[in-house]
Design a protein. Structure first.
Ligand code: HEC
Ligand code: HEC
Length: 323
């Protein structure tokens, strides 16, 4: 997976080594006298020819790169030029002048980043699988991120999926915003200025969806699981309702399978909505349920304006207007 391996392969059995330079090293400061920082030459034998790969593309010169006394020696020009730097040979001074951006000054493309329509089915399965590697927020964000890394490449290759691990269990198990929503939301925000209307729709959809879907039956661990509607974007409500309906525990494999499916379902829905937005046929279908619509009329900004949030009031408060 692209997002997980931007560094060198460490398979000792290979005679030709692959040296991958991640986009993080996309600065000429990273290219030293023939050597390339960020690679570990010790895994190759001295004198052995090695492959140099910059941002996924093999770089070749008149002379192949090799390992000399533990240092990778590669032709400077093709490596530096592949990183967008200018290389000038000053014959009189016997100096190679390389002009590029200073280390660490890699310019970040303007927001939003270019989105390419993704296949919701691919993202759905990937979200399920990645859930088991880093939780719900990681699973949802990385399902979209890693697919964009493959489909688009840079600048998505500069984001580590691991940064989304904090959202697991509604932020380090606090049970607040479902991590799948949080992760999908981060990616929606990255790729579209209209993220708020898409995320609003996604959260509304989530609160009314009977999770988990049956779309994972071919590869999941627990088939045909019980479904519940949380009426809330909170991990707390979503998980607690489900485990009680399923007769399972929060820390059980059944619950993990359910949340893995939910992660895939939510990431796929985010991609569906985003694709529709790009195609110009996005529809905001979510409507506030009649259960709490009237609460808003009095407590929201046109009334008393003394309540923050769009969550279903009656899942926590009694309706004091009904006696
Ligand atoms: C017709 C207007 C109206 C509607 C509809 C309404 N409220 Fe209220 N609500 C009030 C007023 C007025 C108060 C009292 C405000 C005060 O005393 O500061 C209040 C107070 C509250 C309080 C604070 C309770 C307390 O003891 O101070 C809560 C919580 C609340 N409402 C929730 C809801 C919920 C949930 C709904 C929908 C199911 C709802 N309200 C619908 C007008 C309304
Ligand atoms: C996830 C549960 C939850 C949801 C959903 C929720 N609330 Fe609350 N609400 C609380 C909690 C907790 C408090 C803090 C005060 C308390 O402990 O009573 C509170 C406080 C309030 C207060 C102030 C009460 C006071 O005594 O001053 C109002 C008014 C209120 N909520 C209205 C609403 C309305 C209207 C909605 C729906 C749009 C809503 N709440 C949705 C949990 C919730």
């Amino acid at each position: 997976m692209v997002g997980e391996k931007l560094v060198e392969e460490k398979n000792e059995g290979l005679s030709r080594r692959k040296l991958l330079v991640g986009a993080g090293a996309l600065a000429v400061g990273a290219v030293t006298a023939g050597g390339v920082l960020g690679v570990n030459p010790e895994v190759a034998f001295s004198g052995e020819n090695v492959k140099v790969v910059v941002n996924g593309k093999e770089v070749t010169g008149a002379v192949p790169a090799s390992v000399v006394k533990g240092t990778t020696v590669a032709p400077v020009r093709p490596v530096a030029e592949s990183l967008g730097a200018e290389v000038v040979w000053d014959k009189a001074a016997k100096t190679v002048n390389i002009t590029g951006k200073a280390a660490g000054s890699l310019s970040v493309p303007a927001w939003p980043w270019p989105y390419k329509k993704l296949d919701p089915k691919v993202v759905k399965k990937r979200g399920y699988e990645l859930y088991f590697k880093g939780g719900c927020m990681y699973g949802a964000a990385a399902a979209i991120l890693f697919t964009l890394q493959e489909e688009v490449g840079f600048p998505y290759t500069t984001i580590p999926g691991d940064m989304f691990k904090y959202g697991a269990g509604g932020a380090v198990s606090w049970g607040t915003l479902c991590g799948a929503l949080n992760g999908a939301g981060a990616m929606l925000n990255l790729v579209n200025k209209d993220y708020s209307k898409v995320l609003n729709e996604l959260i509304g959809w989530y609160t009314e969806y009977p999770f988990p879907s049956k779309d994972h039956e071919d590869y999941c661990k627990f088939k045909n699981q019980v479904t519940t509607v949380a009426k809330s974007p909170l991990c707390h409500a979503s998980v607690s309702l489900w485990v009680n309906a399923a007769g399972a525990k929060v820390n059980s494999d059944e619950k993990k399978d359910r949340c893995g499916k939910l992660t895939g379902d939510t990431a796929a829905k985010a991609v569906e909505l985003l694709n529709a937005l790009v195609d110009g046929n996005f529809i905001a279908a979510y409507k506030v349920s009649t259960e709490f619509e009237h609460c808003m009329t009095c407590h929201w900004e046109k009334g008393m304006d003394n309540e923050q949030g769009k969550m279903n009031c009656v899942s926590c408060h009694d309706d004091h207007t009904k006696k």
